[in-house]
Design a protein around this ligand. Sequence first.
Ligand SMILES: C[S@@+](CC[C@H](N)C(=O)[O-])C[C@H]1O[C@@H](n2cnc3c(N)ncnc32)[C@H](O)[C@@H]1O
Length: 382
Amino acid sequence: MTKYILSTIAWVESIAKKEVEKVWAKIIEVRDRMIEFEGDSKTMIKVNLWSRVWNKVFEVLAEADKIDTFDKLYDLIQTINLKKYFHHSYPIVVKAKSINSKLDSTPAIQKITKKAIVDNITGKSWEKVFENSELEKFEIMVLLIWDKARILLNTTWEALHKREYRQETWEAPLKESLAAALVLLSDWRFKENFYDLFCWSWTIAIEAAMIAKNIAPGLNRYFAFERLLLVDKTLVEKELEDARKKEYSWEYKIIASDIDENIIEIAKQNAKDAWVYDMIDFRVMDFREYISPHPSPLPEGEGIATPLKWTLVSNPPYWVRLKDDNIESLYKQIDKLFRVNPELKGWVITNYLDFDKLINLDNYKKRKLYNGGELCYFYKRK
Ligand SMILES: C[S@@+](CC[C@H](N)C(=O)[O-])C[C@H]1O[C@@H](n2cnc3c(N)ncnc32)[C@H](O)[C@@H]1O
């Protein structure tokens, strides 16, 4: 059995743990933004393909306590059989993180580690060193915590939140992994329609659709494990094939609306690339049209019920660009949206921390989260 570590975004470790358990990996420990588990190559491939809320999956190549000198670090790396993993032409980047440890100079740790890796792969015959810079890189990470060193191989390469479907936009949307976490943290169990009334690039809507249809988020992207010498290519093909067969059919609707239509063409393409375009019904609309007076702005039978019911997960703006509006009145209206639609199950994520002052907190539950390092709260209307 091999030991792996996966890194997660903060405060969603419980969901990440469930996702690891789903692929039958054995959990060793859950810590702040990190889960250690045991398994084999198949488990590692599955975890990479199916994880929605994690960042990277690392294989633990070696670990030891009391690594407090560079000689000890060098010797630890010599205990690994790196030739099993890499051809000597593979370019390898070394990253390092040191927390409360004697070896605390990151550049020096990286330099020694790189030397130790090259010596290990080439048998100290430096003339054999030839890193082909045209090949995709591999990443080895040295993690030192209280002098305990872990030498980690990144099996994922770019963080898992980077699904292939999303094109860059000129405003920073939510990361895909956080959007998926919000859908999973809501009580939506896919047996009813779903709304995002502030949808911008449709990230929440696309993740919701992928979850509802059981589409593996790692399909159609490149992973470092695909090129590791140790990993059997037929196993990779089989796992990809199995993942493609796991898609469900799904009969409900995802309704995504936003007041701004500027990004619509990009958002549509994102949804097409994620194979969920047909599941999302997009509308250009001010969410206040749902507040009052009822009936809804749409004719009966056009998909949106009057008043609103089902599940809403949204990421409202943190500042308001519209001239006649301000952030306080917008958030008061969000609260009103929930009050006038008692059957709507509503969740909003925001870093507008004054929301607390505008609402009766007895009507909400809130949970801490981070969006790109920024403190946010995910409010649930009770
Ligand atoms: C923080 S962004 C949402 C980002 C989105 N979650 C994503 O990942 O792309 C907030 C969105 O609210 C929209 N918005 C602002 N006022 C609105 C209103 N009155 N009704 C509907 N949408 C509004 C903005 O146009 C903006 O796209």
